[in-house]
Design a protein around this ligand. Structure first.
Ligand SMILES: NC(=O)c1ccc[n+]([C@@H]2O[C@H](COP(=O)([O-])OP(=O)(O)OC[C@H]3O[C@@H](n4cnc5c(N)ncnc54)[C@H](O)[C@@H]3O)[C@@H](O)[C@H]2O)c1
Length: 247
């Protein structure tokens, strides 16, 4: 695929919309050629056209991250990247007693296994070092009514720390950003009750903007950022502070 040789390449999963889109825009502004990996072909193509018209360098690869064979085939074709942002994720509200093994499987396939497989394939070819930033969630600390999502994001944190240790000798820094509630379609799709509860828990009284998360990602993705490995940066408007139960 055609990518400019003079710009470092950053790959962003789920870059078509929401937090991923803000990350794409920010990394373009920071001088990266950005590859968007997403299943939303139409939205991604429009974003690529919009940002290309502004002078940025981008490409789009359609992929369903739940299709691990397809993901492996795509990984073979990708150019060598300096940065990988594993942002794509799925969410579902479902009480603990309603969860089935298939709910867990779907969640883990996209949020964890795809993240692992793509990181492995991309990192293997980062011969001159690089940065991997995983988007976890503040819910890795625990949350009601989506145990499968919580478990998947706790796994992302565990993977981040394990990958950081094994990839550090190769000059690859792996870190995570854990957002609290962010104003994206993922939240907009939830019931009014769930959205009101989310807002009520925010010390700031508002959800984060996708750009707030993108700024933290850009920091961890920057070649200027050094000596930080396996960390989880909470960008949650202070939601995780204090002792719980309102304390
Ligand atoms: N929005 C929040 O409040 C919030 C909070 C904490 C963490 N997060 C995490 O941030 C990340 C981005 O969330 P968002 O709010 O922007 O979500 P979103 O639903 O608005 O966007 C997700 C993007 O990922 C893509 N995607 C989803 N499943 C895919 C698949 N199987 N294959 C390819 N692409 C796929 C979608 O097409 C979309 O472009 C997720 O990992 C999410 O868990 C979000």
């Amino acid at each position: 695929m055609a990518t400019p040789q003079d710009k470092p390449i950053a790959l962003v999963t789920g870059g078509a919309r929401g937090i991923g889109r803000a990350i794409v825009e920010r990394l373009c502004a920071d001088g990266f050629a950005v590859g968007i990996l997403d299943r939303e072909a139409e939205i991604a193509a429009a974003l690529v056209a919009e940002l290309t018209a502004q002078g940025h360098s981008l490409f789009f690869e359609p992929v369903d991250l739940a299709d691990h064979a397809g993901l492996a085939a795509l990984a073979e074709r990708l150019p060598v990247a300096q940065v990988l942002v594993n942002n794509a994720g799925i969410f579902e509200n479902k009480p603990f007693f309603d969860l089935a093994a298939s709910d867990f499987g779907r969640m883990m396939d996209v949020n964890v296994t795809a993240l692992f497989l793509l990181s492995q394939a991309v990192a293997r070819r980062m011969e001159r070092g690089g940065r991997i930033v995983n988007i976890a969630s503040r819910t890795f600390l625990g949350a009601r009514n989506h145990a499968h999502y919580v478990a998947s994001k706790a796994a992302v944190v565990g993977l981040t720390r394990a990958m950081a240790m094994e990839l550090l000798p190769r000059g690859i820094a792996v870190n995570a950003v854990a957002p609290g509630g962010v104003a994206t379609e993922m939240v907009a799709k939830q019931s009014e009750e769930a959205r009101a509860a989310l807002l009520a828990q925010q010390p700031t009284g508002a959800l984060a903007a996708p750009e707030d998360i993108a700024n933290a990602v850009a920091f961890l993705a920057s070649p200027r950022t050094n000596f930080i490995y396996g960390q989880v940066l909470l960008v949650d408007g202070g939601k995780s502070l204090g002792g719980g139960m309102g304390g």
